[in-house]
Ligand binder design. Structure first.
Ligand code: ATP
Length: 275
């Protein structure tokens, strides 16, 4: 894995309104992150703080966006990392990177004068898969153990409240130790969008694009069963490129229709034979 420091964006600009569909996921998340706003009350009541939220669902459905929106909503600094970044040939390096991530989160919050930090770990299954199931399991175990240690160490009366949000499309692979109370004890399912949600996402991603009178986004939403938000974003982008290639100043329905095929074809070509 490439050695790169976690992407830091202080407080992200993504709002829940910028995410199409996902009504259930948004509602659950909003309830879960309430505790950041009410931490004094929570501490007074002796309630165990929420330390981890696990977002599960297929790729490109908005898990990263939801984590960013949660940070925006709670005025928290946001740090992102991927499970694969912690995997190293040398023993202890992964664990050290986990420690570093938590240290940096608190440091960034302090620097930005924020009271909370959200750490987002994508592809958590890479380091959170059942222990002993990896070929080089020693290294993964140390890394996972360090993550659990850091999470166990989160206290409600800390100056900086830390919340870990992790994403996976393989919830079935997760080490049960991660799902125990006080760790990732909230699971939020982020599904592929239904027709209404696809329409909402198409509207969001064509907001900044000039659309011709003949454009019927509902028809496109009907034709895109199985598309993720990421597919729909790419569809809208492809359609605008096709229009531009024809020297037009607006996107027509046929561009969108052609883009549906392009995205579908691209998806088929990208797919590995084992999937
Ligand atoms: P992965 O598991 O592959 O990391 P993810 O679920 O984290 O995927 P995101 O990174 O949040 O997906 O989404 C990728 C891009 O797809 C977003 O930047 C956005 O352009 C688009 N997108 C995905 N879902 C939505 C949505 N619900 N509403 C609007 N745009 C979306």
């Amino acid at each position: 894995a490439a050695v790169r420091s976690p992407a830091t964006t202080a407080v992200p600009q993504v709002r829940f309104e910028d995410i199409g569909g996902q009504a259930a996921a948004k509602k659950e998340l909003l309830e879960a992150i309430e505790f950041i706003a009410n931490r004094e009350q929570i501490a007074r009541m002796g309630i165990r703080p929420l330390k981890g939220i696990l977002l599960t669902g297929p790729p490109g459905t908005g898990k990263t966006l939801l984590a960013k929106a949660a940070a925006h909503h709670t005025d928290s600094v946001f740090l992102a990392a991927a499970g694969s970044e912690f995997v190293e040939m040398y023993a202890g390096v992964g664990a050290q990177r986990v420690r570093e991530l938590f240290r940096r989160a608190r440091e960034l919050a302090r620097k930005e004068r924020k009271r909370s930090a959200i750490i987002f770990i994508d592809e958590i299954e890479v380091l959170g898969a059942r222990r002993g199931s990896h070929s080089t399991h020693m290294e993964y175990d140390q890394t996972l153990n360090q993550l659990l240690t850091e999470m166990d160490g989160i206290a409600v009366d800390e100056e900086i409240q830390v919340l870990v949000m992790a994403a996976t499309n393989r919830a079935d692979m997760m080490d049960p130790a991660l799902l125990r109370p006080g760790r990732f004890d909230r699971m939020v399912n982020v599904d592929l969008p239904d027709k209404e949600a696809r329409l909402a996402i198409l509207r969001l991603h064509t907001r900044q694009k000039p659309l011709g009178d003949d454009v019927d986004l509902e028809a496109i939403a009907r034709q895109t069963f199985g598309f993720s938000g990421a597919h729909l974003e790419s569809l809208a982008n492809e359609a605008a490129i096709l229009a531009l290639r024809e020297g037009l100043s607006e996107v027509r329905q046929r561009h969108l229709v052609e883009a549906v095929d392009k995205v579908m074809l691209g998806e088929r070509l990208d797919r590995k034979p084992t999937e």
